[in-house]
Design a protein around this ligand. Structure first.
Ligand code: CTP
Ligand code: MG
Length: 343
């Protein structure tokens, strides 16, 4: 049982809100940086085409989903013209020969093929920009979940801001790196989106539940339905009558409270594809405490790789966050210079 938070003064909420907004302004890449990423992609594509005629490279992940940082990695997916899926391809040997080819690229360093992972990749370091990146093959579902996240980011600026605050929080608390046993950025983004859907009134709708036809359309990719409503200009928010007007600061504190006081991790799954509650029992995912369902690949639990120890560590970070951000202390400078001071 957590001690109740003291009442918030308007001045404190205002500071909290400014800090959250500043987080977005400080860390979001500008158009020039986004252009640099496209440029690297073009350059790599023409280089890769020397050996793999018909190769196409596409950016996904945070370079495209609206939640990228200046130093976020370059997530790249390669496909071959005329080949719809990876079926019949020897992905491991393609990745290995891709690695041999990339070693000849003058602008790249530290080429490392990783063929034992669920999704085989070749990692690289782009020397001029200092960006790291990886290339995977036919990571088609990731291209679709990137589009889904980008649509949510485009609905309301507060979505973006809150995802930035959460990603900074996760990095600073050392709980946001799946390769080191914690949760991926993607997992945290799904947690934020779920909270914003569950907020009363909601900040964002459930795009996978909205459709013009009588029945939900079916767009199958790797056996999963990747349909979602993407005509955002036409989107009439279901909460239009009682639109959510909370500040980002209030929503951030609300998020920390939601995951420490309200959400029942034992019973429920974090799932952004439907508004009705989904139970861990329904999914037969009762052995884990933090359960996050991928919006398209319904067999994929983003929390599956968390140890019990790491789960506790993540929950403690949220509990500490709740008391740090929920308690107004005089020692906080009223005119801070960077959101970092607050964290
Ligand atoms: N992805 C996925 N399933 C996972 C992890 C990642 O589908 N379990 C996909 C998502 O599309 C995600 C992308 O891979 O956006 C890249 O993952 P990652 O680099 O970990 O996250 P980003 O969203 O790119 O965030 P960051 O800025 O930290 O790179
Ligand atoms: Mg990334």
């Amino acid at each position: 049982q957590l001690a109740p938070l003291p009442p918030m003064t308007p001045a404190f909420l205002k500071t909290l809100n400014t800090v959250c907004q500043q987080c977005y302004r400080d860390f979001a890449p500008d158009d020039v940086e986004l252009g640099v990423r496209e440029h690297i992609l073009q350059d790599l594509e023409s280089f890769v085409k020397r050996q793999f005629t018909g190769a196409r490279l596409r950016l996904f992940g945070s370079s495209k989903n609206g939640f990228g940082f200046k130093q976020s990695d370059l997530d790249i997916c390669m496909v071959l013209d005329g080949q719809e899926t990876a079926e019949g391809l020897d992905c491991i040997s393609i990745i290995e020969s891709l690695a041999r080819l990339l070693r000849k690229h003058p602008g790249l360093r530290n080429i490392l093929p990783i063929t034992t992972a669920k999704v085989p990749i070749v990692k690289f370091y782009h020397a001029r920009t200092g960006l790291e990146g990886d290339i995977s093959l036919y990571n088609t579902l990731a291209l679709h979940n990137t589009r889904l996240l980008a649509s949510y980011a485009a609905i309301d600026l507060r979505v973006k801001m809150l995802c930035y605050v959460t990603k900074v929080f996760a990095k600073l608390c050392d709980i946001g790196d799946a390769s080191r046993g914690s949760l991926s950025s993607y997992g945290f983004t799904l947690m934020v989106l779920f909270y914003l859907q569950q907020r009363n009134p909601p900040v964002i709708p459930v795009l996978q539940e909205i459709y013009d036809e009588e029945k939900k359309p079916e767009v199958l990719v790797d056996g999963w339905n990747v349909y979602f409503y993407d005509d955002l200009d036409k989107l009439v928010s279901p909460s239009i009558r009682q639109k959510n007007l909370e500040s980002v600061g209030a929503l951030w504190l609300g998020l920390l409270q939601f995951y420490t006081e309200t959400f029942d991790f034992r019973e429920h799954v974090i799932s952004i594809r439907q508004s009705a509650a989904l139970t861990t029992f329904n999914k037969q995912w009762t052995s884990k405490y933090i359960v996050i369902e991928d919006p398209f690949d319904l067999n994929h639990n983003l929390g599956a790789g968390l140890s019990r120890r790491m789960t506790n560590f993540i929950m403690k970070a949220f509990i500490n966050g709740r008391s740090v951000f929920g308690t107004s202390v005089k020692a906080y400078p009223p005119e801070y210079t960077s959101p970092m001071e607050f964290f």
